[in-house]
Design a protein around this ligand. Structure first.
Ligand SMILES: NC(=O)C1=CN([C@@H]2O[C@H](COP(=O)(O)OP(=O)(O)OC[C@H]3O[C@@H](n4cnc5c(N)ncnc54)[C@H](O)[C@@H]3O)[C@@H](O)[C@H]2O)[C@H](O)CC1
Ligand SMILES: [K+]
Length: 519
């Protein structure tokens, strides 16, 4: 008997220590040069300036920028009459180059310059001279061209577009001709994705060096069309000096810990999901199924006995734990929790959240688990700051976000909102929406842009919470689990197709998507 107990306790130690000491290093912090890094227009201008300072002539950067756009046009369109509309700055300068290169390639090109030659920078003026042809009246250009190039404003947009320029943008859109935007569609704020007065609706946007948040944040994203990135000679070596903190989500940013040959189910963690009551158990079940399909070694539903009796009719691989949370938390093998889906806003839920945080488990706080703190969010945030929030992910949608963090200034971009919220709460904040934005307390922000509109369906958020819970169980940090979860969730919906998807279809897609993101 004694021997058996010793063996059991050795096994328990093995499992338990295996969980606690399994090291998982996030890779995304190391990738300063990653193409997933997004630069604001100001940061982009700085990259430009530092590159020029290191001896690369601006003339050459502009030549290369025009080349990238002209190449894109030649690959994606058949030769036709092209109208290039150039604004007063360097975005227009790129336009002069595009016009010349397409003309050299035998295309028929018209160009209208909406600025003054003597106010152009040196490089743009040289390229205007190389173009050297007569300016076309804008009416002729809009009437006679089959394809338009938008070189009005790019990174230098610094105020709302009004008057003549706003009219011109609207007229260009009204032609319904395809428009290829140089860098950004004119009128879209590259830092926030906002429409500044009026904006070009492009079929494609060809940008340089690194993309900008405005290519992925709404409404900007819906104005960009296909987004294409080209390299023009700006040096990666300048990036450490710029130190951008906004990233576009993708599998390069995080890594799902691989299944180890000598691993066992306990080494992939045990995720606990709080069940709603007997009549509201579906949400938690979706989360639990998603956590299990995401590779958590074990998943258990816990909660009231009456609720679990109903769950028992529905689940097979998922276990049921009718014990109180305080007792469950004494077992260190439960390393991740999903709290909130279908749970009901109660004081009891509030206490469960606080106990989980104090027990320093990885956890996803969703829906009701957030709303349980609506009247006193500070008590939640204080608790997180006290016990540590590295493995905690809050997943509010817009309404919950406002109720928890207060209504922020309308002009505040989602990036800033999430950054403020993550810092205030001490946890990762994943603000759900068509453009999901994820923030870490240290100021890093990730934009997830692969979610199709069909994801807005009942239970979709419960699946997301479950995927993140599964990733936490497998040992990912809060920020990696949140980013991985959001991306995988979007990819499941993309993989499903266009119509008729329900949330459990997302769960069924998980194996395929996880295989695809496996590196
Ligand atoms: N680093 C790179 O990637 C390179 C980018 N290039 C291209 O240059 C533009 C940015 O050029 P910049 O001169 O800074 O700004 P813009 O051309 O976008 O516009 C500035 C110009 O427009 C005026 N302006 C701004 N907003 C408004 C408004 N709302 N209404 C009217 N006028 C406005 C402003 O006063 C200036 O006169 C970048 O996007 C790339 O396309 C370089 O070619 C190479 C390196
Ligand atoms: K543009």
């Amino acid at each position: 008997m004694k021997v058996r107990r010793e063996v059991l306790s050795r096994l328990h130690r093995l499992f338990y220590d295996g969980n606690r000491h399994r090291e998982y290093a996030s890779i995304w912090a190391m990738k300063t040069e990653s193409l997933n890094l997004l630069l604001s227009p100001d940061e982009m201008a700085e990259a430009d300036r530092l590159t020029i300072q290191k001896g690369v002539p601006e003339f050459e950067l502009m030549q290369n920028a025009g080349q990238v756009v002209a190449d894109y046009v030649r690959v994606n369109f058949s030769p036709c009459t092209v109208g290039v509309v150039c604004g007063p700055g360097n975005n227009g300068g790129d336009g002069f180059v595009v016009a010349r290169l397409l003309r050299d390639a035998g295309w028929f090109v018209k160009l209208t310059f909406m600025g003054a030659r003597d106010r152009l920078g040196e490089a743009a003026r040289q390229h205007l001279d190389l173009w050297g042809a007569e300016d076309s009246p804008i009416n002729d250009l809009l009437d006679e061209c089959d394809l338009l190039i938008d070189g009005l404003f790019g990174a230098g947009l610094d105020r709302d577009v009004v008057g003549t320029f706003a009219e011109l943008i609207k007229r260009m859109n009204r032609t319904r001709k395809p428009i290829v935007a140089i860098d950004m569609p004119s009128g879209i704020d590259g830092a926030t994705g906002a429409v500044r007065g009026a904006a070009i609706r492009a079929v494609a946007s060809v940008s340089f060096f690194r993309l900008k948040p405005g290519h992925f944040l709404l409404p900007g994203k819906s104005y960009c069309g296909d987004v294409h990135l080209g390299q023009i000679g700006i040096l990666d070596a300048v990036l450490p000096r710029i130190g951008g903190k906004v990233w576009h989500n993708g599998p390069d940013l995080w890594q799902i810990p691989p299944y180890e040959a000598q691993g066992h189910k306990y080494s992939r963690g045990h995720c606990l999901v709080l069940s709603g009551d007997a009549l509201s158990g579906g949400a938690a079940r979706l989360s639990a199924m998603a956590a299990l399909r995401s590779g958590a070694g074990l998943v258990s539903l816990f909660g009231d006995k009456a609720a679990l009796e109903v769950q028992a009719h529905h689940v097979t691989e998922i276990m049921l734990k009718p014990a109180p949370l305080e007792k469950l938390l004494q077992d260190e093998r439960f390393n991740s929790l999903v709290l909130g889906p279908g749970a009901g806003v109660t004081n009891a839920l509030r206490d469960k959240v606080l106990s989980t945080i104090a027990a320093q488990r990885g956890c996803v706080l969703d829906a009701d688990a957030l709303m349980a703190f609506e009247s006193d969010p500070k008590s939640l945030f204080d608790h997180i700051h006290r016990y540590g929030g590295d493995n905690i992910v809050l997943t509010p949608h817009g309404g919950e976000f406002a109720r928890l963090f207060g209504k922020m200034d309308e002009a505040e971009s989602k990036i800033e909102m999430v950054r403020i919220a993550a810092e205030a709460s001490g946890a990762q904040v994943l603000l759900k929406g068509a453009d999901t934005v994820i923030g870490a307390p240290d100021g890093r922000v990730v934009i997830n842009s692969n979610a199709p509109a069909i994801l807005a369906t009942a239970g979709s958020g419960d699946v997301l919470a479950g995927i993140i819970g599964g990733m936490l169980a497998r040992g990912m940090s809060g920020i990696d689990a949140a980013c991985g979860g959001a991306f995988i969730h979007g990819a499941c919906a993309q993989g499903f197709g266009k119509e008729g998807m329900i949330a459990s279809d997302l769960v069924a897609k998980l194996p395929e998507v996880l295989m695809a993101v496996d590196k």
